[in-house]
Design a protein around this ligand. Structure first.
Ligand code: AMP
Length: 304
């Protein structure tokens, strides 16, 4: 595996790799965990050449403290990437990505203004801008993204379509800890008691999934129950819980086909996002009333 920083070197290496076959690309901010590695491993299986970028993009952070304290461990990332079979680990500098005088940005429209976009103004403009630059430089055939960042996936899908990038996006399931917490680089920030409380998000997603599997189609009722479950955990503060159209991310009131439940919750000082796709089973009647047990079923049951 080569670790490189300069854009020119990346372009030179990729130019010769492109002649040999499919280039797979995994954009990341580093501090690798099994979620990142699942994307890399899939790319490894499907592509001749695997490039991974590691860039903590200042443009997508609203909170300077969050940017400055974002977890970093390059030697460990290099080891993990090399043993997962990465060919090229690209670690660009902020100055080369945003040279002095840089003033061109990608506007992402409504899809990037709601939910995470509302909580973190400018976040998706920063994501789209950096991802467009990375795509332009790497020119991959396939890009691997995690469904954990559902809205980010939608923003990137939209951008790829609108800007005519000739790239196939592969969206992979969320990798979780044994207790259901979605893996995230920021999970290292948890205080012990907060970490113990964090799986409440997964329990709420599983509960929503069970309600829908039983035929519940009233989105307000599903959201209310998820809220009450999360509020039973005193360390949790809900930012938003919403049932949305999985393409437009507009809120919906009644589930007819497929929807996504998106949530953002703060546990102590750590803000978590998570989601589950929900599909009303065919032929199920609307559930009226019913039990409110909190049985756990696997939220990734619908994933590919
Ligand atoms: P990040 O380094 O957080 O910017 O994430 C880089 C890529 O890894 C993005 O496509 C994320 O959606 C994906 N990712 C992050 N966490 C997970 C996870 N727990 N499971 C699967 N993919 C993930």
């Amino acid at each position: 595996m080569k670790t490189v920083s300069r854009i020119k070197t990346v372009q030179m290496l990729l130019q010769s790799a492109r002649k040999t076959g499919t280039i797979g690309f995994v954009p990341t901010m580093g501090a690798f965990h099994d979620g990142h590695l699942s994307l890399i491993q899939r790319a490894r299986r499907e592509c001749i050449y695997v490039a991974v970028s590691l860039f903590v993009n200042p443009l997508q952070f609203c909170d300077p403290e969050d940017y400055l304290t974002y977890p970093k461990d390059l030697p460990s990332d290099q080891r993990k990437a090399a043993s997962a079979g990465v060919d090229l680990l690209w670690v660009p500098s902020v100055d080369e990505i945003y040279p002095p005088g840089h003033c061109t940005f990608i506007e992402v429209g409504e899809i990037g203004n709601r939910w995470e976009g509302a909580a973190r103004p400018g976040h998706f403009k920063g994501v789209a801008t950096v991802v467009a630059k990375l795509f332009k430089i790497v020119q991959p055939h396939r890009v691997y993204l995690g469904r954990k960042d559902y809205q980010q996936v939608r923003v990137i899908q939209q951008m790829v379509r609108d800007l005519h990038f000739n790239i196939a996006l592969r969206v992979l399931p969320t990798v979780r800890e044994k207790d259901g917490l979605a893996m995230s680089s920021r999970n290292v920030r948890f205080a012990d008691d907060d970490r113990k409380a964090a799986p409440i998000l997964y329990k709420a997603l599983c509960h929503a999934k069970r309600l829908v599997s039983e035929g519940e189609d009233d989105c307000r009722r599903i959201v209310r129950q998820a809220q009450s479950l999360i509020r039973s955990e005193s360390r949790a503060t809900i930012d938003y819980i919403t049932m949305c159209n999985p393409v437009t991310l507009e809120p919906i009131e009644r589930l007819t086909g497929k929807a996504v439940l998106l949530l953002a919750v703060k546990i102590g000082n750590v803000r978590l996002i998570d989601n589950v796709e929900l599909i009303l089973p065919r032929g199920k009647k609307r559930r009226i009333g019913g039990k409110e047990g909190h049985q756990i079923i696997d939220v990734e049951g619908n994933e590919d």
